[in-house]
Design a protein around this ligand. Structure first.
Ligand SMILES: [Zn+2]
Ligand SMILES: [Zn+2]
Length: 296
């Protein structure tokens, strides 16, 4: 084949797969020839988890969403360490200050209605985090149709968590039709976007289907981002002789580095403080008044 024709075809395929990440029609109707290109995208190690870094301390956010909170005012996810430091700073001021967001300085909402109004403003500005959060609220209220609409809009804007939620909805047939292809599409796009649970589930699917090499690849990627369950799965596969010791050791090192990268003295103090506060109902309410609760 002439080089020009070959390159032309290759560029066409690359363009198609760039589109496929945001187009379920293209993804779900892939041909065998496309599988290779899809896998190249799917098995690439993401630079970070979909949660990214805390915008205040710039450290990667913990994979445990309970250790950070989404601010209704600016849709920024702030780690507990920075939230606590801001609370202490504002409480310690000689001239009392209205409690405000540690990122955008907007006064914090006092009621759920105020928080909802802030979220709607973010949604009007096409903010995928706010759309996804609202999708979660609608889902919890049992309004799956509306939830799927918010999730779809957020997913179209590249939100990995929204893709993950759409995958579950297609699995269960809630708010959308039951559809295995769409379930797989959203799960894969979520994993590509750094969603470790989506990645772990893909690994489990592959293992259940006896495709162990692919399962191992998924688990290695998730474990290297700090996912404990994928690391456990790799230990089990190693015990069965399905992974070499060197591969396991290298992954364990990457896993520990990813976990350590999310740690800081400030975050540890916040965790300790939260543990103490859990014993005191009064103090925990302080945190709840400041922020939208961390998503479950
Ligand atoms: Zn932080
Ligand atoms: Zn804010």
């Amino acid at each position: 084949m002439a080089l020009g024709i070959f390159l032309g075809r290759l560029l066409k395929r690359i363009k198609k797969w760039k589109t496929a990440r945001t187009n379920e029609q293209v993804w779900c109707n892939k041909t065998d020839e496309d599988e290779e290109m899809r896998d190249e995208l799917l098995f690439r190690q993401p630079k970070s988890s979909n949660l990214g870094d805390c915008p205040i301390c710039c450290l990667p956010l913990s994979l445990d969403p309970q250790k950070s909170s989404l601010m209704a005012c600016c849709s920024k996810r702030i780690c507990d360490g920075c939230l606590r430091a801001n609370t202490i700073r504002q409480l310690g001021l000689v001239i009392p200050q209205t409690p405000s967001c540690t990122f955008c300085r907007e006064p914090v909402p006092k009621t759920e209605e105020e928080a909802n109004a802030m979220l709607m403003k973010r949604i009007e500005k096409n903010d995928p985090e706010a759309m996804r959060y609202m999708g979660g609220k609608r889902r919890d209220e049992g309004d799956y149709k509306s939830a799927s609409e918010y999730y779809t809009k957020a997913a179209e804007l590249g939100d990995a968590e929204a893709h993950f939620n759409l995958s579950i909805m297609h699995l269960l047939g809630k708010g959308v039709e039951k559809d295995e292809k769409k379930e797989a599409y959203h799960l894969e796009v979520a994993a590509i976007g750094g969603h470790v649970l989506a990645r772990h589930i893909l690994g489990c699917h592959e293992a259940n289907n006896g495709r162990m090499e692919r399962a191992v690849e998924h688990f290695i990627i998730a474990a290297s981002m700090g996912d404990k369950e994928s690391m456990k799965a790799l230990w089990k596969l190693h015990a069965k002789g399905l992974i070499k010791k060197e591969t396991l050791t290298a992954t364990l090192r990457a896993h520990q580095a990813a976990v350590d990268a999310t740690k800081s003295a400030q975050r540890e103090q916040a965790e300790e403080s939260l543990k103490r506060n859990l014993k005191s109902q009064e103090k925990t309410k302080l945190k709840d008044a400041w922020i939208i609760e961390a998503e479950s």
